[in-house]
Ligand binder design. Structure first.
Ligand SMILES: Cc1cc2nc3c(=O)[nH]c(=O)nc-3n(C[C@H](O)[C@H](O)[C@H](O)COP(=O)(O)O)c2cc1C
Length: 212
């Protein structure tokens, strides 16, 4: 079993990474593999809404790691999406990255890389904007039939730089408890599948635009 984690900061080794590392330690202790992918410091393209992904099964842009992430996601059993807070919202680069990852995987596959798998967003800020940012990332999960895992607080921690991360006792505790819950849900889902309890098939025929 493997958790795929996304670091949505352009700073590959900053606070977001430090939070994901805390979770990776818990996953390892629980016998769950994990991998951290970073959105990187190079430009990440925004979705153009060209819908070419509907024909090709992947995004037309191939130079910023989104298609590679979706390929890894197909094989993953759970997800953590981490972002720093920028002006009280998630980083622009994680939004561009996830718009394209989720949209390109929706057509044909019906979000096969993500659906019916556990997921959680974690957010880090110096001071404010955490719950608004958390809300934004959670929106990807609901429309993709994902299982949103919670912790003992909303999944936020506070740091200006990575050195601050261990000082936030409650925030780091929230991350550890979250990782334990994700590992547990993954194990429960596997036990269910092994016992013949398979995910339901979704109805997918109705697509009603609010246009008259
Ligand atoms: C452009 C920018 C905007 C920011 N906006 C906020 C904010 O709205 N609220 C806040 O508390 N911190 C804000 N911060 C601080 C970062 O969230 C904080 O330093 C975080 O630890 C950075 O994580 P990273 O090292 O993983 O990039 C901002 C930082 C930058 C660079």
């Amino acid at each position: 079993m493997k958790v795929l984690m996304l670091n949505g900061s352009g700073n590959a080794n900053g606070s977001t990474r430090a939070g994901l590392d805390i979770m990776a330690e818990v996953f390892a202790a629980d016998g769950v593999d994990s991998e951290i992918v970073c959105v990187g410091a190079k430009p990440v393209r925004d979705c153009l809404g060209c819908n070419k992904c509907a024909e090709r099964g992947k995004c037309v842009f191939q130079d910023d790691g989104v298609n590679e992430f979706v390929e890894k996601a197909m094989a993953a059993d759970g997800f953590v999406f981490g972002t720093p807070v920028y002006y009280a919202h998630p980083s622009g680069r994680i939004l561009s990255f996830l718009d394209r990852a989720f949209f390109s995987n929706m057509w044909g596959t019906g979000a096969a890389a993500f659906r019916q798998k556990p997921a959680a967003a974690i957010v880090v800020a110096r001071r404010a904007g955490t719950s608004a940012s958390y809300d934004v990332l959670n929106k990807y999960f609901g429309i993709s039939q994902m299982i949103n895992v919670g912790s003992t607080y909303w999944n936020e921690f506070h740091a200006l730089t990575k050195d601050d991360v261990p000082k936030d006792e409650e925030g780091t505790q929230t991350l550890r408890n979250l990782a334990r819950n994700i590992a547990w849900v993954m194990k429960c889902l596997k036990a269910g599948r092994d016992a013949g309890i398979l995910p339901p098939e979704a109805e997918a025929n109705a697509l009603t635009n609010f246009v008259r």
